[in-house]
Design a binder for this molecule. Structure first.
Ligand SMILES: Nc1ncnc2c1ncn2[C@@H]1O[C@H](COP(=O)(O)OP(=O)(O)OP(=O)(O)O)[C@@H](O)[C@H]1O
Length: 221
């Protein structure tokens, strides 16, 4: 569970948001919505311990967080295969027993993300959707209870976006994974998420999914 109490963030004199109060329950699929610069990434960074808060509290029960970043361009001659790339998130160990368990875990994750048949494909030659699945698999390797998707679908075409979101939905439903989806996409919010947290006027509002409207996705603050 994630609980924010009067959470405030300033960069120097610039107020990003103030007095955020919200709760995210285990197993929820939440969208984090708001205009450019409203503080979505900053909030997520505070959640992951990468950025400090100015005041208030943000409590996260002892849970591991997996982070799937925005789509990245990868050179065509990037030297790792999909499986080798996913493996980067495994800590090196001399223990043979630990290595055996890591390999089993890797296989399970590759299966869950439907990457087994693609494992030897060079990452640089993989399609946008396949790359995104590889980032997802890498994030899942730490067995997170919370998954953050940072506009992960932004530059994918509609069909591929849906495939990725279907997969995340499957993980959310089967394993009670909490998902926080940072997005500017109205359709995906409506189709996949249970609730929206909307940044507005430097604070945050919880919006029932039935009340989420296209207007909330307009970019002007
Ligand atoms: N390290 C930093 N130092 C100073 N200002 C920052 C820093 N990081 C972010 N900001 C500012 O804080 C505000 C919120 O930025 P943030 O990236 O959280 O917005 P966002 O809602 O994620 O935007 P977008 O939808 O464009 O990704 C912006 O005005 C940004 O310029």
């Amino acid at each position: 569970m994630i609980v924010a109490k009067n959470l405030t963030k300033k960069f120097g004199k610039q107020l990003v948001f103030e007095n955020l109060n919200f709760t995210i329950n285990d197993g929820e699929f939440i969208s984090l919505v708001g205009p450019n610069g409203s503080g979505k990434t900053t909030l997520v960074k505070i959640l992951m311990g990468m950025e400090s808060k100015t005041s208030g509290d943000l409590e996260v029960a002892k849970q591991t967080i997996g982070y799937v970043p925005q789509f990245r361009n990868i050179d065509l001659d990037y030297p790792l295969s999909i499986e080798q790339f996913v493996r980067l998130n495994l800590k090196f160990t001399f223990s043979l027993e630990k290595r055996r368990r890591d390999n089993e875990l890797l296989q399970t994750i590759m299966e869950k993300t439907h990457l087994l048949t693609l494992k030897d494909r060079p990452l640089g030659l993989a399609s946008g959707g396949e790359k995104q699945k590889a980032y997802l698999a890498q994030a899942l390797l730490n067995d997170p209870q919370i998954l953050i998707l940072d506009e992960s679908t932004a530059s994918l075409d509609v069909e591929v976006k849906m495939q990725l979101m279907d997969l995340v939905q499957e993980l959310n439903q089967k394993y009670q994974l909490t998902v926080i989806f940072i997005t500017h996409d109205y359709e995906l919010t409506k189709k996949y998420t249970n609730r929206a947290l909307l940044f507005k006027n430097k604070t945050i509002e919880s919006i029932d999914i039935n009340d989420v409207s296209e207007k909330m996705f307009e970019q002007e603050g």
